[in-house]
Ligand binder design. Structure first.
Ligand code: HEC
Ligand code: HEC
Length: 335
């Protein structure tokens, strides 16, 4: 199996640019043994050219109306596929939100803060049409791209058909499923039994998974999310899950975000209202916000200064430096 993976990696480097008639090859994504196997949707199992095409589209500014934005404008690799802004740059939308990380989406049962999008293939349609994101329609995108570079050849090689909405959404999803992140200091300590965790980090980990804080019950292993929806009591105009269920009991509930690479994805929360991990920990310590739908686990915790520092130190061990520096995920044109 290892030899196979290596072969496809080499093949990928040698044949990185598709030529017409070139044979596509299945590839495997390298993943830690402590993550469950990925269920790829039928017809979109990963291949070298599906991945290459998806990556090209992810960095393609032609996807936006003014040819000035791509998916990667808001989902930047060095920031673990976030953009450092409180909310996405278009402020007219009353529900403009903080751009989430795109790590480990292959395991996510649904997408967006209210979980209203069932597959990654469908999710890709959203940003292209959404007037606050890329703001172009799919027919417009296809017309633009067909005549450019090697899109048509790549599309034929990857999916055996002309570039169309089917191909664009599948290729983007294929690339996104490759964004696997599970090689942090925490993983090496917890799953691989390394011994380079400091006393402060150990103390933080104990606190995180304790009955007292219950952080780990919502931010559950191995992805640091249980994919459920809760309110931390934050009050703003964004009604969250209620948008999908029309139930006032769901007001202000959002999908538990992963905490992997959290050190790199500031500012925090759906509205980007907290700028540092210290601020987030102090928010939890003070019992969260005031909204009546707040989950009962979010309550005053009476941390000592040392406990606050320990939790922050622990959260900083969730960074996967190999992931955010992985050249495979970068576009050659962007550098
Ligand atoms: C203008 C900034 C912006 C652009 C451009 C953009 N996104 Fe996003 N993306 C966001 C924001 C903000 C959210 C969170 C929306 C929410 O939760 O309701 C998001 C959410 C997502 C999610 C859901 C993640 C999850 O955990 O549920 C995926 C997947 C995604 N984007 C992929 C893409 C792809 C693919 C493109 C290009 C076709 C793209 N995005 C373009 C800002 C952007
Ligand atoms: C009841 C479930 C629950 C518990 C318990 C919980 N969280 Fe959260 N956490 C969430 C949800 C939901 C969000 C997103 C809320 C939002 O965007 O409005 C969140 C957001 C965060 C964020 C910001 C993530 C981001 O990408 O913006 C951090 C950091 C965090 N939590 C850490 C912790 C720590 C540390 C604890 C324990 C002290 C904890 N959480 C306890 C559900 C929970």
């Amino acid at each position: 199996m290892r030899i196979l993976v290596f072969f496809f990696l080499v093949a990928g480097i040698l044949f990185g640019c598709a030529e017409p008639g070139l044979q596509d090859k299945p590839i495997s994504f390298k993943q830690p043994h402590y993550f469950p196997p990925i269920n790829f949707p039928e017809g979109n199992e990963p291949t070298q050219f599906r991945f290459e095409l998806g990556k090209k589209l992810f960095y393609e500014k032609q996807l936006s109306k003014n040819e000035d934005q791509s998916c990667a404008s808001c989902h930047r690799l060095p920031a673990a596929f976030t953009d450092g802004r409180a909310v996405s740059s278009f402020h007219e939308n009353e529900f403009a939100r903080n751009a989430p990380t795109l790590g480990n989406l292959a395991w996510s049962p649904y997408f967006m803060s209210e979980g209203g999008v069932p597959t990654l293939e469908l999710q890709a349609l959203g940003p292209i049409h959404e007037k606050h994101e890329l703001a172009l329609n799919m027919e417009g995108v296809i017309d633009r791209l067909k005549s450019r570079g090697n899109y048509s050849a790549l599309s034929q090689a990857a999916y055996g058909r002309e570039l169309d909405a089917f191909v664009i959404t599948r290729a983007l999803a294929c690339f996104e499923r490759a964004l696997i992140s599970g090689d942090s200091k925490f993983d090496r300590y917890y799953f691989l039994k390394s011994n380079d965790y400091s006393e402060l980090e150990k103390r933080g980990m104990e606190l995180f998974f304790s009955e007292r804080t219950q952080c780990g019950s919502c931010h559950a292993l191995p992805f640091f999310t249980d994919y459920q929806f809760y309110s931390l009591g934050l009050e703003d105009a964004d009604i969250g899950l209620e948008r999908r269920t029309y139930s006032a009991a769901d007001r202000g509930k959002f999908k538990t975000p992963t905490l992997r690479n959290i050190e790199l994805t500031a500012p925090y929360m759906h509205n980007g209202s907290m700028s540092s991990l210290e601020e987030v920990v102090s928010f939890y310590n003070n019992g969260g916000g005031t909204r009546s739908t707040k989950d009962s686990r979010v309550k005053a915790l009476n941390f000592s200064k040392e406990e606050e520092a320990a939790l922050v130190a622990f959260l900083k061990t969730l960074t996967d430096w190999n992931f955010v520096q992985h050249e495979k995920f970068l576009s050659a044109e962007e550098d």
